[in-house]
Design a protein around this ligand. Structure first.
Ligand SMILES: [Zn+2]
Length: 316
């Protein structure tokens, strides 16, 4: 029998006396083994939790060894930043900083430092960590900070994955991944799809990836399944296309499609002139990895991010 329990961890008392706490779901198998920590929702509004409901049923029936700890809403404060129907929890309203730049945090530091310290305290006890996010409008992909983690990325089976050497970039010193790297805890991030989205195929792809990580860590039995994709690639660069005008953006190419330099990928309905539909073109040959999160765009907004073909390295 799996030992399933729910734990609360106090973070701090917020304005008006509201208690902020983390809710951790713990699955323990009868046999000893590795500890996997999974979190989502470090950024408020990023709806990667769908996967975790499926995972619950899988773990209750299949966890053979070790422990899985899940924190679905890793930053309750970020989920409280809401106006009208939008939850905008990527940046703290207290100081404007990205919530994923203040790790490992500090128990007696400022509010963001305390939030990060509470999360990091749970994550850093694990043997392996999965951090689930969403990225604008995108298909699922992994982000990893060390080549040592590449076998796990291959096991995940997602086609286009980003290697980011956070340790060498000073502005990324405070990311969750970089802080875990420094204390020797292996980890990968999975961007599970678009913000505030429900997509059956993307949820299934990420669920399969998490199950593959469980199998790689020997927490569940390995099953021989046919890979969902023919090839798996690593990339480091994204070629950004900035909007030439303010207006409404209508993408015309599907995420993950191969595009040629100069090919039209969408149109901008120019706010300045009803006669103008401006063409948006790819600047490089590559794969369309990210699209703007919505249709409303300002001049200078990022409309699309294309992984250049020259930067695609086949890893499996
Ligand atoms: Zn995020």
């Amino acid at each position: 029998m799996i030992d399933y329990s729910i734990k609360k961890h106090k973070i701090l008392t917020a304005g008006g006396g509201t208690e902020l706490s983390l809710t951790e779901f713990v699955y323990k198998a009868p046999s000893a083994g590795k500890v996997l920590y999974i979190q989502s929702g470090l950024h408020g509004g990023e709806t990667s939790q769908w996967v975790l409901y499926r995972l619950h049923a899988f773990l209750m029936h299949n966890l053979q060894c070790g422990e899985v700890h899940i924190v679905p809403y890793a930053n309750p404060y970020a989920w409280m930043q809401r106006a009208y129907f939008a939850t905008f929890g990527k940046f703290s309203l207290l100081d404007g900083k990205d919530f994923n730049r203040c790790f490992p945090g500090k128990k007696d530091g400022d509010v963001n430092a305390r939030l990060c310290a509470a999360i990091f305290d749970l994550a850093s006890k694990a043997d392996f960590v999965l951090d689930l996010h969403t990225s604008k409008s995108s298909n699922p992909f992994a982000i990893y900070t060390k080549f040592d983690y590449e076998p796990m990325v291959k096991a995940c089976g997602l086609p286009y994955n980003q290697y980011s050497d956070d340790a060498s970039i000073p502005s990324l010193h405070g990311t969750f991944n970089a802080a875990l790297d420094r204390v020797g805890v292996a980890n990968i991030t999975i961007e599970c799809g678009s913000h505030n989205e429900y997509d059956e195929h993307k949820i299934k792809a990420v669920y399969d990836a998490v199950c593959a990580v469980l199998a790689e860590l020997n927490l569940v039995a390995k099953t021989e399944t046919k890979p969902a994709v023919d090839s798996i690639y690593r990339f480091e660069k994204r070629n950004k296309i900035f909007s030439p005008a303010c207006g409404l953006f209508k993408p015309e190419k599907a995420l993950g499609s191969k595009v040629k330099q100069g090919e039209r990928i969408g149109l901008i309905a120019d706010a300045a002139d009803l006669a103008q539909m401006l063409e948006v073109k790819a600047q490089v040959d590559g794969v369309l990895q990210i699209l703007a999160a919505g249709h409303i765009v300002w001049e200078g907004d990022v409309l699309a991010e294309i992984v250049p073909l020259s930067d695609l390295h086949k890893i499996a």
